[in-house]
Write a new protein. Structure first.
Lengths: 114, 113
């Protein structure tokens, strides 16, 4: 069984479009994250939700809007896509109260904006 | 704020060579430390972890020790294989940042036969 899944795996779209990426975890975790990996492989936190509440909102353009309908899901909606949004987006989850703070990652969504 | 610095790559080694990838961190409080590995075209896999000073994380022949006095978490392996070719990320998480992972820039390792 897949622990953290993301759809789609690949997304190719044109500038100006609006798109969504979905993430689901079946680990019973209560905290979820979105990370962005740029073309130089640098990974940076974007958002985090705990029990459906936004707890981290890094300096990200407001074209990006996360939504967490329940503890098992965290979606990322992107409006008016730009070339610079091309990246790999990773979802991750953890259980708050876990002493080790280990996060489990999804396979990533490679977004290409043309 | 918290930060992680790891040695720049790419690192090229011959099979069976000794590997060290340096990682140092800056953090307030007591972070947990991690090494993640990303194989070509794949996602992130946790390689090893340590939660407190002097803890040693180990997995698949890799090991790293949490050194609070030098704020370091260097990754080592005694004998690398071609299959170890990947990008390695050092990372920390701490309560002050909602336990989000703060990654180093990654070190690309290429092992040649």
């Amino acid at each position: 069984d897949t622990a953290v899944s993301q759809t789609p795996k690949y997304l190719v779209t044109q500038m100006g479009n609006d798109k969504s990426i979905k993430c689901e975890q079946n680990l019973g975790h209560d905290t979820m994250y979105w990370y962005k990996q740029d073309s130089k492989k640098f990974l940076k936190i974007m958002f985090s939700y705990n029990n459906k509440e936004l707890i981290i909102n890094e300096t990200v353009p407001n074209r990006f809007s996360p939504k967490s309908p329940d503890k098992a899901h965290l979606n990322l909606h992107i409006n008016s896509l730009e070339l610079g949004d091309s990246a790999v987006y990773f979802c991750a989850s953890r259980l708050s109260g876990d002493r080790v703070n280990e996060q489990y990652f999804g396979p990533g969504t490679r977004l290409t904006v043309t | 704020g918290d930060s992680v610095t790891q040695m720049e790559g790419p690192v090229t080694l011959s099979e069976e060579a000794f590997l060290t990838i340096n990682c140092t961190y800056t953090a307030t409080g007591y972070p947990s430390l991690f090494w993640y590995v990303q194989y070509p075209g794949e996602g992130l896999q946790l390689l090893l972890k340590a939660t407190k000073a002097d803890d040693k994380g180990s997995n698949k022949g890799f090991e790293a020790t949490y050194r609070k006095e030098t704020t370091s978490f260097h990754l080592e392996k005694g004998s690398v294989q071609v299959s170890d070719s990947a990008v390695y990320f050092c990372a920390l998480s701490a309560q002050g940042s909602g336990y989000a992972l703060n990654f180093g820039k990654g070190t690309s390792l290429l092992v040649t036969p």
